[in-house]
Design a protein around this ligand. Structure first.
Ligand code: R5P
Length: 312
């Protein structure tokens, strides 16, 4: 357990390399690929017996491939007698399917927790879960980091006047309140209702005053950009004079980039928990790196230091 090793699948090797750069170690050698029959194959190419092993792999596009790669890597490491295995999942895909809110639907976020544990994970290290209660789906220790400080610092440096932080739905209110506290800003909340299971979203009501203010919206993720479009248009009609947006996870699926380009938001700030390819890095989008935060957390898990102290 004295030696720390970090491996990666194909979901986000750049982030894994940056994390290893922070830790001053090379990325662990492994092969992770798909045969022509679509079966995923993994081989760990170095000895991991009794080592403290971390696997960096967000559950991001292609979501099911990323998940299966992670599961198979965990299995390979467990069978190779790793001393402790931490699944480092900066973006916990399927996190939005976290409750039975319609008849006969699954709780996939719980299923994934069981799969990761069965495959061999002894711990989970993750960032801004869709709902913090997902931690409770695990019977192994979970460390959930937050990008709130990183995102807040970006906007603190901008020195925006008359700022109001806007929670894009009721569920994100606590995190938005933390951003507001970091920026000495007031808080407003959007009451948003989804219409059915498609990606359409409707922003209905703004709780709080945004008239004449610079608004900064806070969300855990931007997926199709539907929420951001609806929320920013609502803020404009309520008199916001300038709008910025931040979110931890840049899912950016479907028409997201076109919607971001077309919506009245001046800048959208996200992190690299998910890779943001060159084609998606349009002028309006700023990507902050989470690698130091993850690297420091891995160092602290390995050496038995407090993770909470990172955020005090
Ligand atoms: C939903 O509850 C989440 O917090 C985000 O608001 C949502 O994932 C954003 O999705 P989209 O960009 O597709 O509207």
């Amino acid at each position: 357990m004295d030696e720390l090793k970090v491996f990666t699948g194909n979901a986000h090797p750049t982030l894994a390399a940056a994390v290893c750069g922070y830790l001053g170690i090379p990325v662990g050698k492994s092969q992770v690929f798909e045969f022509s029959n679509e079966n995923t194959f993994v081989r760990i190419l170095e000895n991991v017996r009794q080592r403290d092993v971390f696997v960096v792999q967000p559950i991001c596009s292609p979501v099911n491939t990323s998940l299966v790669e992670l599961l198979i890597m965990l299995d390979a490491l467990r069978r190779a007698s790793a001393g402790r295995i931490t699944a480092v999942v900066p973006y916990y895909g399927y996190g939005r399917t976290d409750k039975k809110d319609q008849p006969r639907v699954p709780i996939t976020a719980r299923l994934i927790a069981d799969l990761l544990t069965t495959a061999g994970a002894n711990r989970l290290l993750t960032v801004d879960l869709h709902a913090p209660q997902i931690q409770g789906f695990f019977t192994i220790p979970v460390d959930e980091l937050t990008a709130i400080t990183l995102l807040s610092q970006h906007f603190r440096d901008k020195k925006l006047d008359n700022l109001v932080v806007v929670a894009t739905d009721i569920g994100i209110t606590k995190r938005a309140r933390d951003v507001a506290a970091n920026l000495d800003a007031s808080l407003a909340i959007i009451e948003k209702r989804r219409l059915g299971n498609d990606d359409a979203a409707e922003a209905l009501n703004v709780i709080g005053d945004v008239n004449g203010c610079v608004a900064l919206t806070v969300d855990d993720e931007i997926d199709t950009g539907g929420s951001l479009t609806a929320v920013s248009e609502t803020l404009l009609t309520k008199g916001a004079r300038e709008i910025y947006a931040c979110a931890t996870h840049a899912v950016l699926s479907g028409q997201a980039i076109q919607r971001i380009q077309a919506c009245p938001v001046k800048e959208v700030v996200v992190t690299d928990t998910i890779p943001v390819e060159a084609g998606k890095r349009v002028d309006k989008i700023t990507v902050l790196s989470i690698s130091s935060l993850l690297g420091e957390a891995i160092h602290r898990i390995h050496t038995g230091l407090s993770i909470g102290a990172m955020f005090e």
